[in-house]
Ligand binder design. Sequence first.
Ligand SMILES: Nc1nc2c(ncn2[C@@H]2O[C@H](COP(=O)(O)OP(=O)(O)OP(=O)(O)O)[C@@H](O)[C@H]2O)c(=O)[nH]1
Length: 206
Amino acid sequence: MTGNSDDAPAGRPSQAEAEDAVRVLLRWAGEDPAREGLHDTPRRVARSYDEFYRGYAEDPAEMLKRTFAEVDDYDEIVLLRDIRFESHCEHHMVPIIGRAHVAYLPRRRVVGISKLARVVDVYARRLQIQERLTAQIANTINDVLQPHGVAVILEAGHQCMTTRGVHRPGVSMVTSRMLGVFRDNSDTRKELLSMLGRPSAATPFD
Ligand SMILES: Nc1nc2c(ncn2[C@@H]2O[C@H](COP(=O)(O)OP(=O)(O)OP(=O)(O)O)[C@@H](O)[C@H]2O)c(=O)[nH]1
């Protein structure tokens, strides 16, 4: 594990232990893990987990370290909107799929915009609730770039309530975290909301 080792679970199990755990869950579902079609499934699931939960091994602050000072006179909002993200809810471990809108008002230095999407990915690739995901993205950008303000808005569909439980397809959850001028100055917040335009939450998440 690298990066945010505070968030990393101590004592990661071996690949063999992870595969055995998948076999147990297959039996729990009523399956025979020895069936030919399921022979490679534990290995595939363990590999998928490496991808779904890669964020535990990544350091989001590291991604924001490279900044550009060439734009000294840019003192307006920078907004990256409609960043698709894929996460998993910590209650049922099923997908949360949505869009993030990330804005900041730079203080002298700007960051490469792809890095904002990378920060979203790092936190999304951990078990999450949407409120915490929203706050972590905003807090990290605020702490590392120290801009005049940060705003993060997430819209997402939660498969734990669309494909199971209460079964409500088409429902989306919207969360926001406003820091600095976006929290303190209603004109700046209004400007951001007008840049965002009508929320696109009506579009289903797949
Ligand atoms: N606030 C919040 N709740 C979430 C999020 N993701 C899932 N949930 C909810 O977490 C709750 C977990 O509730 P529990 O009663 O412990 O679990 P459950 O019996 O499986 O609940 P149901 O989903 O209602 O069947 C559910 O209401 C989920 O809809 C999230 O990102 N934020």
